[in-house]
Design a protein around this ligand. Structure first.
Ligand code: ARG
Length: 714
């Protein structure tokens, strides 16, 4: 009997974690308490201290946030950085010209002095984190409005930042979790001299293009290499030719023994955003109002951009990265609409909310939680049309340079015009540098057409009060001609004309400039906080926080990890196949092969073309130590880790913390995953590290890179 009780208790305690083994984006400081036993059972051989230690070197020292939106890892003692090709994409394009086209042909520095410095690129090391929930929440009370609450919290945040920034050496970020129910701070060290070391040609690094993006089976060599530089003391420093490669505190060993089904796999990185607590009506709003507008607006811009990009390689290089970014989320949002609809996610959430409501209306909870759900639902019903409007407007602002730039420069010019001579002397050079930077890499005919087409879509499709100026433009017979005329009249249509304004400032000229007026109207609209929504918004924020608090307190929800918000997380799971798929030639549908790459090859197709020598390499089948046990070259593989955008470039590690792959995508069937995790469907798509090494070593002959690595074979 006693035994049975123990068993039962043990079972009760292990149930939640083993039930959801692959779900969760965990804080490193919680691994010991929440995950370590489970991870060990699955194959982890490291101690929590070897993963995250404040005082000793640990895994976390080899993980960086890359360029603000991706993840990367340090893979040599000389600061070599491995990330995805799609994460390095914008700087690879920036460093390319039609004549020296690294994006198209690939690039390998054979020595340090050949490494290329882009205008701006940084990596962020994670130093430490801690829980400051009690400290922050002690500063607020229930009588406060949301605005008052925010002000009190921000005051305390500023103090915490001051106390932990090491005298200016570190960046300290305090973030809210569980919808404002918990707070943690994060200490970072940023390095801003980061240089391109190597990349395969785009036809390998982005093989399959947007057709294959978000899909499995996949055959992409999605990696690129960079290096962190610091000053002679290893401290962060502005670019200087005298900077030296960073002596890394810790770097990842690379394991080339390969992976098989059920092997333990963990991923450390910076997932961007999940909304696992999102209420049912929020999901409905996205599916019916927000995302369809996003999808439609994105597609419109993509079509215009593509037309000009295909005509001219230099235009292609200017817009390739922006295009890829828009296309990526265009497909993602359509995938979300489809998955959320197919899985009936809103209905599932509604059931949870019904349960919550029963609990909330018990007499002891009623005063606090009784109206939470109705308040939330009310807010969504008030904002559906606005959500649609905002997404059309955002599509316009995201893709049109001349919708945004005139306002940004113009507000500086307003200040300049109203300043005295002395102040102008000071502002002038700064404005002129800003203008110089802003007017690079754009193609005027493309910009005119995007702006005209986006204005048509925005003004015709959003059922929400539009700025007066937009209604006026919409009433014109020929909007393209009208936009053309605005460009002709405006000083913002060329660098030279805005620059001339600095010599001959004139307040009226600025106030009447048509592109400045348009841009101001659009951005003012974007920032508008409608009076009628102030109270509902306040009540919604408060109720959403209480919903999450109540779902946790009542144990109706068992989610024990916070939503992603671009802070460092660990996810663990295993190598895991999807059901057999005729499109994959591999023996098990958890990896793909070089043969599969060749099978997809379509000469001259912009997504499935390959460099000719890849075919010759395939004929030779010379994979050396990178071959799998069948003598093939493995290209990509699947794990069931819980990741999302921002994890791109994250290292995939085995139980010993050795690098086995590089995460680069998710699968479209699991696209509802950001609001509801599906433990059966969710997959992470990874580049096999052996494909990466084969491409560096054999295909590109970059032996200098291979020599830097710590390779584990056996
Ligand atoms: N889906 C990938 C991610 O969000 C990006 C892939 C980029 N490739 C592309 N074809 N647009 O991380």
């Amino acid at each position: 009997m006693k035994r049975l009780n123990y068993l039962l208790i043990a079972l009760l305690f292990t149930l939640p974690t083993s039930l959801f083994a692959n779900e969760g984006m965990w804080f490193l400081m919680h691994i010991e308490r929440l995950n370590h036993r489970d991870m060990q059972k699955m194959g982890l051989q490291l101690t929590p201290e070897e993963i995250y230690s404040i005082n000793n070197q640990s895994l976390k020292d080899a993980i960086v946030q890359f360029g603000g939106g991706c993840t990367a890892s340090i893979i040599s003692s000389n600061g070599l950085v491995l990330t995805n090709h799609h994460c390095g994409y914008n700087v690879i394009a920036e460093l390319s010209t039609a004549e020296q086209n690294h994006l198209k042909n690939g690039f390998w520095a054979q020595s340090l002095d050949q490494e290329l410095k882009p205008q701006s690129l940084s990596v962020r090391f994670f130093v430490r984190m801690d829980d400051v929930s009690e400290r922050i929440l002690s500063k607020v009370n229930d009588a406060m409005t949301e605005k008052e609450r925010e002000a009190a919290i921000n005051k305390e945040i500023a103090k915490i930042q001051g106390e932990n920034n090491g005298g200016g050496k570190y960046t300290v970020s305090v973030r809210s979790f569980y919808q404002g129910n918990e707070y943690y701070y994060f200490v970072y060290e940023d390095y801003t001299d980061v240089r391109l070391v190597g990349t395969p040609p785009e036809s390998i690094g982005k093989y399959g293009g947007d057709t294959d993006n978000w899909e499995w089976p996949r055959h992409t060599g999605d990696f690129s290499l960079f290096r962190v530089y610091g000053d002679a003391n290893g401290q962060p420093a502005q670019y200087s030719p005298s900077n030296v490669p960073l002596k890394a505190k810790y770097h990842l060993p690379v394991n080339i023994n390969g992976v098989k089904e059920n092997d333990f796999a963990m991923i450390l990185g910076y997932p961007g955003r999940t909304n696992r607590w999102m209420p049912a009506e929020g999901i409905e709003q996205n599916v019916k109002y927000a995302y369809p507008a996003w999808v439609e607006g994105s597609k419109l811009s993509m079509d215009v951009m593509k037309k000009y990009m295909d005509e001219d390689e230099s235009v292609n290089l200017m817009y390739a990265s922006q295009y890829a970014g828009i296309a990526n989320y265009w497909k993602n949002r359509q995938g979300m609409i489809d998955a959320l609809t197919k899985h009936g996610t809103a209905a599932t959430k509604r059931k949870i909310e019904e349960k919550f409501n029963k609990w909330a209306n018990k007499s002891k909870n009623k005063a606090t939680y009784g109206d939470v759900i109705s308040t939330i639902n009310n807010y969504y019903s008030l904002t559906n049309e606005k959500a649609q409007h905002d997404n059309y407007l955002l599509a316009l602002l995201r893709s049109s340079m001349f919708a945004v730039l005139p306002y940004r420069i113009g507000s500086g010019l307003e200040n300049y015009v109203s300043s005295n001579e002395a102040k102008r002397k000071e502002l002038g050079p700064r404005l002129s540098a800003f203008i110089n930077n802003a007017y690079t890499d754009y193609h005027l005919p493309l910009e005119k057409e995007i702006l005209a087409e986006q204005l048509k879509l925005y003004s015709s499709k959003s059922n929400y009060e539009l700025p007066e100026l937009i209604n006026e433009i919409a009433s014109k017979e020929d909007i393209n001609a009208y936009v053309e005329a605005m460009f002709n009249l405006s000083m913002f249509s060329s660098k030279e004309r805005v620059a001339a304004f600095l010599d001959y400032p004139d307040a009226d000229l600025l106030a009447n400039d048509p592109l400045y007026k348009l841009s101001s109207a659009l951005l003012t609209k974007y920032r508008e906080e409608p009076e009628a929504l102030q109270q509902p918004l306040n009540d919604y924020q408060r109720s959403f926080r209480l919903l999450v608090k109540g779902l946790r307190a009542s144990e109706i929800s068992r989610i024990e990890y916070p939503d992603a918000n671009s802070t460092l997380r660990l996810s663990y799971g295993k190598v895991r196949a999807l059901p057999k798929d005729a499109r994959n030639d591999a023996a098990i549908n958890n990896y793909t092969t070089f043969k599969g790459v060749i099978n997809k090859y379509k000469p001259n197709d912009h997504e499935f073309d390959l460099p000719k020598d890849m075919l010759e390499f395939f004929e030779k089948k010379d994979y050396g130590r990178y071959a799998n046990e069948k003598g093939q070259l493995s290209v990509n593989f699947l794990t069931d880790n819980d990741i999302t955008g921002g994890n791109s470039g994250s290292p995939v590690l085995n139980g010993k913390g050795e690098l086995i792959g590089l995460a680069f995508d998710g699968n479209i069937e699991a696209m509802a995953g950001d609001v509801i995790f599906d433990k059966d469907l969710q997959r992470t798509i990874n580049v096999d590290i052996r494909y990466v090494l084969w491409l560096i070593d054999n295909y590109s002959d970059a032996r200098n890179i291979v020599d830097e690595l710590t390779i584990v074979a056996e």
